[in-house]
Design a protein around this ligand. Sequence first.
Ligand code: HEM
Length: 452
Amino acid sequence: MTELKLAQQMPHCMGLPIIGDTLELMATQGWTLTKQYERCGSVFKLRILGKNYAVLVGPEANRLILQDKADYVSSYLGLQPFMEHIFGRPMMLQDGDTHSQTRRLMAPAFHGKAIASYFEIMQQVIEDSLKRWATQDVIFLKASFNQLALRIGIRLLLGVQPEDQIEQVENWYNTLVNGVSALLRVNLPFTKYGRSQTARRQLKAFLQGIIEERQRQGKLNTSYDVLSLFLASVDELGNALSTSQVIDELIHLINAAHFTTATALTWAMVELAARPELRMRLQEELVEVTLDEPLNVGHLKYLNYMTYFLKEIERFYNPSGVVLLRGVVKEINYAGYRIPPGWTIMVAQGLTHFLPEIYKDPRCFDPERFAPPREEDKKVPFSLVGFGGGEHACIGMEFAKMEMKIFLATLLQCYDWTVTPDYSMLAGVAVPPSVEQQLQTRITRRRSAKLD
Ligand code: HEM
């Protein structure tokens, strides 16, 4: 048997100056790890602000950490430094039995009948947004999608419908997440972090009020939004979510639901604007499936080509970022190394998506790779992990996919658009987050569009 080496002996892959690499890594949501990977291979270590990180790349590592050895690692230890001060302790920051119980209680809001019941509100927010965007000269893509996905979240997750309250929640929410990037966590009224903490208190008090009102009315099962399904959820042992847990989950859900979906849709519009043949293929599929009738929830599962397209967006643009973080609680042996408790593992999901042994010409944007007979993601498990995998896999995946399909279907059926900067400046961009905020679009309603 070959002797295992200490994790300290892994190739060390920070360049100089160390602080420069660290800041770059944080600012690019891990995208610049590609550089370290090219230098050091599929297992290497980083030392960031005094902490040891082991970066593991590939489907085997994804499966080991996210599924097979999930009880050797802790999401809480991996994520707490970045998230707990803003989001409290939602399911994503829980481990073991506590996590399983919370997830069981939240699951009914994200499956089958419940998801289907969200269709109408999603469609309405999407149609309203597209109509409004088409009246404007140009709009910034990412900011507009952030707002669209946030609105869908506020209406469907929190169940807030009056326009003035939606705007109020949007404001609190934006102020709250601003606090994530505060370099100094000084909780004073005039600091970014202090304002964020005030917004958190206001948001919590607002949600507490809604929950109390719903409980007073006793009509928990009648309205279809995520909040009411959380309040009505009881497991076989009689456990329910506490009010404070529901509030932490809702505040985190709005975050998990909106920036990821917004990133995916931003790049979907960029890719489609540059590829008339792909647009046409998707438009033809829409006609075949809907028979030119208005889109309904039943159509979505037959939009196969759109599914391949969205998988390619997931692979290519990694909307949730490039790495998943886990703190080690029991020693893990991987690729000949012993990774001890106290280290943090970066599961580099985004780098897996560019491995040539899995994806042919990985730098080429090609939805066909997911269609039969190629199905490149199906040959080795845990090859496509943009929605994570194992116990913490994204609970909102169906929600996100429905939202993205409704958006794309409505856009393709009724609108034309252009994107600037031109695709020739964007193709193959190594760090998508670095250009996302600059992308602009001009949308026009097609004269022949039936919508209204
Ligand atoms: C394109 C859209 C989305 C992407 C790419 C995405 C990606 C991910 C990923 C990679 C994880 C795993 C995190 C980890 O293992 O540490 C995750 C978890 C999660 N996502 Fe999503 N997500 C998306 C949309 C959504 C939406 C729409 C919702 C809710 C409506 C949502 C709610 C969550 C929650 C609550 C978790 C934590 C699950 C757990 O810890 O058990 N996500 N997501």
